[in-house]
Design a protein around this ligand. Structure first.
Ligand code: NAD
Ligand code: DAU
Length: 349
């Protein structure tokens, strides 16, 4: 069936994998990537598919309500997959308002534009909001986040994402908007922006720079290979019931210090360095304020209802990721020059 789908944030890390997943698997769909290209958006991420006949890029800011409305009116999308966001917790601590603008106001602008063009006739329409497990707050040593876990965000980033989730559900309850939500754990993989732990450490290991570990390094995250997240979004977008939400995770918890040690081990092997060389770069630094201790997703619902499970093990995924960064050092050098250099110096000085 022919459909037009707008994917917001399609030039970012996860968005580019979602765009590729849809462009390659649905040649009959028209896939529009709506992205303003912040520091995190990079059209290099989509070079391999940019000339496909079912793909189009539109540069626009989701905080600009009129522009969003104009694009929706012109293209009449049947579906929205919303990933555009400010996504880095550390940046949200220094610039919270930017997170409110894009993550909250931007989301409401998209909901309003969708409501306007769909005119309360929602047959065959869908708004898929891509969110995070951080909205649930932090876990202690035990337990998992389920779809029923109450919201308890702590950082400005997670507060803005929680707010956007609430707006999406409010539009379903108030106006009957057909929505689905996914809340995913930490992604890793190709094109990951090197402000985040894994690509930052890969870059620093290659360049023999310190590996900054916040606090005591015992903070725990659940890691999922980004292509498995893109596949989960594809499944939920096509198969989920209206107004449902799914948690997506890798059943793959790592304490930060253990993860970075494993990364050092794999990279020493790949770089032909003596075992233990890169570990010496590990440096404990000042903790992140309000740092959540542990995230862990119970992904049973998406497994049982939609048959989704991660397709790669963490060892395979991490190995593919390191190989990608080692083969794409020009990409890495491009995104770490300019403004990112200033951010890095300020964050880690
Ligand atoms: P990212 O920072 O790599 O990319 C964000 C993209 O959004 C960029 O292309 C950027 O240019 C675009 N963007 C930002 N502000 C915009 C605006 N005002 N208008 C239009 N485009 C704008 O983010 P990511 O890590 O790929 O995350 C994508 C989504 O997935 C986010 O909503 C994030 O909350 C969610 N998420 C991320 C993770 C993760 O581990 N990275 C996990 C769960 C959920
Ligand atoms: O859980 C999903 C979330 O995962 C997403 O919603 C966010 O968009 C995404 O950025 C990610 O958030 P985190 O804060 O968990 O990711 P980050 O890579 O920034 O940090 C992972 C862990 O590593 C966290 O405990 C903080 C720690 N850390 C991070 C950096 C950048 C360090 O110890 N040192 C660092 O230099």
């Amino acid at each position: 069936m022919k459909k037009t789908i707008i994917i917001t944030g399609g030039a970012g890390f996860i968005g580019s994998h979602v765009v590729r997943e849809f462009v390659l698997n649905y040649p009959d769909y028209k896939i529009i990537n709506l992205d303003v290209l912040t520091y995190a958006g990079n059209l290099e991420n989509l070079r391999d598919i940019e000339n496909k006949p079912n793909y189009q890029f539109i540069k626009a800011n989701i905080t600009d309500a009129d522009k969003v409305q104009e694009i929706f009116t012109e293209h009449q999308p049947d579906g929205i997959i919303h990933l555009a966001a400010e996504s880095h917790v550390d940046r949200s601590i220094s610039h919270p308002l930017e997170f409110v603008m894009t993550n909250v106001i931007g989301t409401v602008n998209l909901l309003n534009a969708a409501k306007h063009i769909w005119q309360d006739n929602y047959e065959g329409k869908r708004f898929h909001h891509v969110s995070t497990d951080e909205v649930f707050g932090t876990l202690g040593e035990d337990g998992f986040f389920t779809e029923e876990t109450s919201y308890d965000p702590h950082s400005p980033y997670s507060a803005s994402k929680a707010s956007s989730d609430h707006f999406v559900r409010a539009y379903a309850d108030t106006y009957g908007m057909p929505v689905v939500l996914t809340n995913c754990s930490n992604n890793y993989g190709p094109n990951h922006f090197p402000e985040k732990l894994i690509p930052l450490c890969i870059y620093n290991i290659i360049n023999n720079k310190p590996l900054p570990i916040y606090g005591n390094g015992k903070y725990t995250r659940d890691w999922l290979y980004v292509i498995d997240h893109a596949k989960a979004i594809n499944l939920v977008f096509h198969k989920a019931e209206n107004n449902s939400s799914y948690n997506v995770g890798g059943f793959n918890e790592w304490k930060n210090i253990d993860l970075v040690t494993e990364l050092c081990r794999q990279m020493d092997e790949k770089l032909g360095r003596e075992r233990g060389t890169s570990e010496q770069l590990i440096t404990f630094v000042q903790d992140r304020p309000g740092h959540d201790l542990r995230y862990a997703i119970d992904a049973t619902k998406i497994k049982e209802e939609l048959g989704w499970t991660p397709s790669v093990t963490f060892e395979q995924g991490l190995s593919k990721t390191i190989d990608w960064f080692m083969d794409n050092q020009e990409w890495l050098n491009n995104v770490t020059s300019g403004d990112y250099k200033k951010y890095y110096e300020k964050q880690y000085s």
